[in-house]
Design a binder for this molecule. Structure first.
Ligand code: SAH
Length: 271
């Protein structure tokens, strides 16, 4: 560890902050300031409710007005994550089918994410709306879930304070990072395209069907994405999906419709 101010390691941190449906303008400003303090400037707002030019936002941003001005506004989380290599949703509590996603405290998750961060392919931290938090659908698009271990009697932090804690952990991890040991993984959108292709193939072959199919697909998606597949791995798996689809099309009636008890042991089975 080094606290040397002049260290080149202290340059911009390739981390995007994504805010979903932020309601309070003051939070937008405070988030911009926290980002600027921690060496980040890539802010994406998904369907913001508050306006970034609101006086409260501008007042709370202080010297980080440029982060607010340059923030991109998009309508879907998929658009916000485009170009990133890994992402983490943040939540005080997690329930439902996203239980398989790797969860942990900021220090468990963020240093591992930094290994996947480059200037061309940043990582992303995703934060939810103040009244309700992120939806299950939003969380399932991310590779990890980060939970700040606040007191269980009141575990929900102010949005901007949660952003500040996570950005600080990201900065610490970035400063302490080891030299890159592995190739950069494929972008969110190319992984997402692969999962659509695999879904089509796995449906055609009868692996995905019935009420468990969303849970199974979720498991497949996370099995692959948490390994950080490179562009060439993505190509290989597209080839696999293509071949499955080709086989099913050229052998109609052979593969579809296996009863659940005839199916091989599947990953993952949640009861
Ligand atoms: N009322 C909501 C919380 C919303 S707070 C709920 O109880 O779920 C707004 C956002 O701040 C959350 O969506 C999350 O992104 C972040 N946040 C708040 N507390 C957090 C915690 N303990 N750990 C991680 N993120 C947190």
């Amino acid at each position: 560890m080094s606290a040397d101010e002049s260290s080149p390691r202290q340059g911009p941190v390739p981390c995007r902050i994504v805010l979903v449906e932020t309601h309070y303008a003051g939070n937008l400003g405070s988030v911009a300031r926290a980002m600027r303090n921690m060496g980040m400037s890539d802010l994406v707002l998904v369907r913001p409710v508050a306006r970034r030019d609101d006086t409260q936002a501008v007042r709370m941003a202080v010297h980080a007005g440029d982060v607010l001005d340059n923030a991109r506004i998009v309508t879907t989380l998929e658009e916000a994550l485009a170009g990133t290599s890994q992402s983490a949703a943040t939540a005080a509590r997690v329930v439902g089918p996203v239980r398989e996603i790797k969860k942990g405290f900021p220090r468990d998750i963020i240093p591992a994410m930094v290994e996947f961060a480059t200037t061309d392919r940043p990582v992303a931290l995703v934060f939810g709306p103040e009244p309700s938090g992120l939806t299950t659908a939003d969380v399932s698009l991310c590779h990890h879930v980060v939970k700040i271990p606040a007191d269980h009697t009141y575990s929900s932090l102010n949005l901007a304070q949660a952003v500040a804690i996570c950005c600080y952990e990201m900065r610490l991890a970035w400063i302490a990072r080891a030299p890159r040991a592995r190739p950069v993984p494929a972008t969110f959108e190319s992984q997402d395209q692969l999962f659509r292709h695999l879904r089509e193939a796995l449906e055609a072959v009868g692996y995905l069907f019935g009420e468990k199919q969303e849970t199974l697909m979720h498991g497949v998606r996370h099995l692959i994405s948490r390994m950080g597949p490179e562009d060439r791995d993505i190509k290989l798996l597209h080839g696999l999906a293509r071949q499955i689809l080709w086989y099913v099309r050229t052998h109609p009636g052979e593969a579809v419709g296996l009863a659940p008890e005839e199916m091989p042991e599947q990953f993952p089975r949640e009861e």
